[in-house]
Ligand binder design. Structure first.
Ligand code: IMP
Ligand code: MG
Length: 191
């Protein structure tokens, strides 16, 4: 997507958030450095193994693509899709499976890759869904974590960045399905 010019970056379209200004929260360089660190840790953890890296659609596809290209261990990929927020900015409450994984993960090492943990409901649902198949191990990674808001009772193994409870877009994350192509993470300005 186009680089920042002098005009403030705003949400496009005619939806509820159209025209809302964006402010840079995490730069492309910061993301790149942190993804490299996480990839090194993941590579060390799985040396000599071959985990199945499961990306959570749609939001994690950019983080996932950058992360796996920095891995030095062998790996396979698969994807799972949950019902998204829909047009609103609020979590819908109960996650729903829209597309399941197609690999048999029984006895395998699994790395679940999320874009963001907000309430934590999606990650809890996914963890349970994968664990019931009987994998050898389940490891969790998220690029972003809303630390003051998430209510989860299990550890997240890899967290890219702790962020405040703001609505964010870019680097795979959307608002009304838009702005996923921004190469950094931006927060919607609040009025
Ligand atoms: P949770 O179940 O509340 O943790 O929400 C997780 C999902 O909601 C994420 O995987 C995202 O797809 C979406 N989401 C949560 N917060 C944001 C945000 O700030 N921007 C864009 N999507 C978000
Ligand atoms: Mg997501």
């Amino acid at each position: 997507m186009a680089a920042l010019n002098e005009q403030p970056l705003t949400v496009p379209g005619t939806g509820e958030f159209a025209g809302t200004e964006l402010e840079l929260l995490i730069s492309r360089a910061e993301i790149d450095a942190r993804v490299t660190e996480i990839a090194d840790q993941v590579s060390n953890k799985y040396t000599g193994l071959c985990p199945i890296v499961i990306g959570v659609l749609n939001g994690s596809f950019v983080f996932m693509a950058d992360l796996v290209r920095k891995l030095s261990c062998d790996f396979e990929v698969d994807f799972i899709k949950l019902a998204s927020y829909g047009p609103a900015k609020k979590s819908s409450g109960t996650p729903r499976l829209l597309k399941d994984i197609s690999t048999d993960v029984a006895g395998r090492d699994v790395l679940i890759v999320e874009d963001i943990i907000d309430t934590g409901l999606s990650m809890a649902f996914l963890k349970h869904r994968i664990e019931e198949v009987g994998p050898r191990s389940v490891t969790l990674a998220t690029l972003l974590y809303k630390q003051d808001f998430a209510r989860i009772d299990f550890p997240i193994d890899y967290i890219g960045f702790n962020i405040p409870d703001r609505f964010v877009v870019g680097y795979g994350l959307d608002v009304d399905q838009k702005l996923r192509g921004l190469d950094a993470v931006y927060a919607l300005k609040e009025n």
